[in-house]
Design a protein around this ligand. Structure first.
Ligand code: G16
Length: 532
């Protein structure tokens, strides 16, 4: 009962930084999801695959449709998370564990959900990670020419019970989304030490933001490690994330921040995002930025072979790599660029300023993993987060860092700003802006050390004579207009200047960069929408 349905190709299915992301209603229009999924099947041979999502609006309907299409496209086996739920790192683990050809993860990550929010489709390959540019390019090429999709006429069984069913000749295995992932975490961390810390009265607040990590966090932090009941808040995944913005940063996790900076704050706070790959770390009275968190975890990681960060991430982790005598790599923004380094065994840990941290246990960033790494560190060091950070800055210097986001800018204005900047790069050296003098200006090009593939135009880097660095690029994950991101970094070696207010420490650099890129002239903006 396989049907072939004629459709027209859509001209807006180019995958961005992390898969295809669009407004939910855009994805729900007739044939839109189907055109993209068929293009994936047309570009990549898939016999055994994983399917899951973060539970946002349209998750259930999309899972049913993809199952029916998979059955009609020669897929032999699909592993599905119960009720269609699966965090992105857990999906990566299952692809690797079962040797699958790949997986489809339904998520727009940290973007809000619901009918007015966003939906997304990510495709990961056999190594469990986001597929490289060559594959996304092939999928995109297919989206431009797709003219029909294949689907079985049979309805898909709801994935609500653990066990196996058949859809035509295709086997559907519904699995507990938490079980295997929890076992993996148990194998990586010293659960006994963390459990003993909780038994000694250590307190945690983990904000699951009504997204996919709720069941994982409850099972691991409260169930296995003995954190007090109620340590995980907003633990029930909801299709609209409770109306919230599941992006773990001080702006969108404001409630957690208030708690951690208030009276009777718990010892440790953390949060994750829509699909469970991002993390936020906050101690009592101290926020630990993602770049610093990466550096601290690298500094304490046994057997470190190398580290990697995305280019806009602060170079705090590079300082650790230098001290530990291991290589440090800088890749373009996008977790897919870490895959080859991890597969080749060149790095043990990697991370990004956008709240992503991960190791070589999966091929995705992993929110719960990062929180467990911190808990293990706290259990072993027996020091509050503040002291750990102060000691780190004394040892390695401090890298003040902030990202300024200008959202929903007119796309033409954003392109004009970046275009003008690129044109003027060669003449910027020696020029001064608001008291800071430019040392060099480049457009970041990355050559993968493993396969030699080259990614160009990955963001402009401006270095100033006094050591500061500003990076400018357009986001590849937004769904309306353009989002301009400015990343600002000011390294301070110490011993003086390690306890400045970060906003004040970065103010001169921010003013100089705004002036250099002619922000107001091109966009009409003079202040960011979000600082993280
Ligand atoms: C994705 C990518 C990350 C990237 C982030 C922001 O994360 O996997 O590598 O840093 O988007 O990208 P952009 O600056 O282009 O918006 P996620 O968590 O959204 O999948």
């Amino acid at each position: 009962m396989i049907k072939t349905v004629s459709i027209r190709a859509f001209d807006d299915q180019k995958p961005g930084t992390s898969g295809l992301r669009k407004k939910t209603v855009h994805f729900m229009q007739p044939d839109y999801l189907e055109a993209y999924i068929q293009s994936i099947f047309n570009a990549v041979p898939v016999r055994r695959m994983l399917l899951g999502g973060d539970g946002r609006t349209f998750n259930d309907a999309a899972i049913a449709q993809i199952l029916r299409m998979a059955a009609a496209n020669g897929v032999e086996q699909v592993i599905v998370g119960q009720n269609g739920l699966m965090s992105t790192p857990a999906a990566s683990h299952l692809i690797r564990k079962h040797g699958l050809d790949g997986g489809i993860i339904l998520s727009a990550s940290h973007n809000p959900a619901g009918p007015d929010g966003d939906f997304g489709v990510k495709f990961n390959g056999a190594n469990g990670g986001p597929v490289p540019d060559a594959v996304t390019d092939a999928i995109y090429a297919r989206t431009k020419e797709v003219s029909e999709y294949r689907i079985t006429g049979q309805p898909a069984p709801a994935p609500d019970r653990i066990g196996e069913t058949m859809l035509g000749d295709m086997r559907i295995c519904v699995v507990d989304p938490v079980e295997d992932y929890a076992a993996l975490m148990r194998s990586l961390f010293d659960f006994d030490a963390i459990r003993a810390m909780f038994q000694g009265g250590f307190t945690l607040c983990f904000d699951a933001m009504h997204a996919v990590t709720g069941p994982y966090a409850r099972a691991i932090f409260e169930g296995e490690l003995g954190a007090a009941a109620g340590s995980v808040i907003h633990a029930v995944p909801l299709p609209d994330f409770g109306g919230g913005h599941p992006d773990p940063n001080p702006v969108w996790a404001r409630g957690l921040m208030e708690r951690m900076f208030g009276d009777d704050a718990p010892d440790f706070g953390a949060a994750s995002d829509g699909d469970g790959d991002r993390n936020m770390i906050v101690g009592r009275g101290i926020y630990v930025g993602p770049s610093d968190s990466l550096a601290v975890l690298a500094a304490h990681m046994p057997g470190l072979v190398g580290v990697a960060r995305s280019m806009p991430t602060s170079s705090a982790v590079d300082a650790v790599a230098r001290a530990r005598g291991v290589p440090a790599y800088a890749v373009p923004t996008g977790w897919k660029y870490f895959g080859n380094l991890l597969d080749a065994g060149l790095i043990s840990i990697c991370g990004e300023e956008s709240a992503g941290t991960g190791g070589d246990h999966v091929r995705e960033k992993d929110g719960i993993w990062a929180v467990l790494a911190w808990l293990e560190l706290l259990a072993k060091r027996r020091q509050p987060v503040t002291e750990i950070m102060q000691a780190h800055w004394r040892d390695y210097g401090r890298h003040y860092f902030a990202r300024h986001d200008f959202e929903e800018i007119d796309s033409a204005a954003a392109d004009a700003l970046v275009g003008a900047l690129r044109e003027n790069l060669s003449g910027l050296g020696g020029q001064s802006f608001m008291g800071l003098t430019v040392k060099s200006a480049d457009d970041f090009t990355y050559t993968d050390p493993v396969d030699g593939s080259v990614a160009q135009n990955q963001g402009v880097i401006i270095r100033f004579e006094t050591g500061e660095r500003a990076m400018i690029r357009l986001s590849g994950t937004g769904t309306s207009g353009a989002t301009l991101r400015l990343y600002l970094e000011r390294p301070v070696a110490g011993p003086k200047g390690l306890d400045m207010n970060p906003a004040q420490a970065l103010q001169p650099l921010a003013s100089a960069t705004y002036s250099l890129i002619r922000l107001t002239g091109f966009t009409g903006r003079d202040a960011p929408d979000v600082i993280s």
